[in-house]
Design a binder for this molecule. Structure first.
Ligand code: UDP
Length: 246
């Protein structure tokens, strides 16, 4: 079921949101362990430029296609992924499955208080969800040990790691083997969305592949970060038409 497409050296799964949730649930029910990343154009471009980061991204059991640039790139390379599989959408559907199956969740990341606010909102929307712990994403090495101990005491099935990229991918890569969990997912700013501090783009923007544009209007300070999307597309086209390392 989990086919992958090589985009600038990163192995991206063709899984849809429900297939990704199925893969993750299967890991939980079989008592195994996995890391899940949700690379967008910006993350793939960073991985393309940095071999070490690329190896970290490719170490994940599942990398979903987060972002319209990734979908266009898959088409340009002749191995189309049909639909975006954003981290937020996967987390949303996974939470529903977890509530039905009594799987437990730990929320890690974002500014102090955000994970707790997200917990409250998620519990209101998903009666039965078992959120066993929260911690913000700003810590020193001493606090990091306490966070790992807290996670291991609470043994959640799933850990949402929302530290932004590349911090979250590196953190999962470094610590997954020490954690008594089944699944660690890198989910960027998702806790801010769950907490209600950041609004997701209206569905019409998402359907038109313009979520990036909505975010740019809402948060103009992201402009320089968002230049990663055209740079990513240019790199993809350059490789397609002139060759080079993929
Ligand atoms: N963050 C964190 N610790 C850090 C740096 C960032 O917890 O050391 C959090 C930050 O508060 C925000 C998230 O990581 O909640 C990154 O959000 P961003 O919107 O950059 O992620 P995206 O969704 O764009 O990947």
């Amino acid at each position: 079921m989990d086919k992958t497409v090589n985009i600038l050296g990163v192995n991206i799964s063709t899984a849809t949101v429900s297939e990704a949730v199925q893969i993750i649930s299967g890991t939980i029910s079989s008592g195994k362990k996995m890391g899940v990343f949700t690379p967008n154009s910006e993350i793939i471009l960073s991985a393309y430029k940095n071999e070490n980061f690329k190896n970290i991204i490719n170490s994940a059991s599942l990398c979903t296609a987060d972002g319209i640039g990734v979908i266009y790139a898959s088409k340009i390379f002749g191995t189309p992924i049909t639909k975006r599989c954003s981290g937020y959408d996967v987390s949303l559907e996974l939470i529903k499955q977890m509530a039905d199956n009594n799987y437990s969740l730990y929320l890690f990341g974002a500014s102090p208080g955000v994970a707790e606010a997200a917990k409250k909102k998620i519990e209101e929307a998903n009666p039965g969800i078992n959120i066993v712990g929260c911690h913000d994403g700003y810590f020193d090495s001493e606090e990091e040990k306490n966070i790992i101990n807290d996670i291991n005491e609470k043994t959640p099935n799933v850990l949402f790691v929302c530290l932004g990229s590349p911090k979250q991918e590196k953190w999962i890569y470094d610590h997954l083997s020490d954690l008594d969990i089944n699944v660690a997912m890198g989910l960027g700013g998702c806790l801010d969305v769950y907490a209600g501090n950041v609004k997701r783009a209206p569905q019409i923007f998402i359907n038109l592949g313009l979520e990036w544009f909505y975010r740019l209007i809402k948060e103009p300070k992201r402009f320089f970060r968002m230049l990663a999307l055209p740079k990513f597309m240019l790199t993809v086209l350059k490789i397609k038409f002139f060759g080079g390392k993929k």
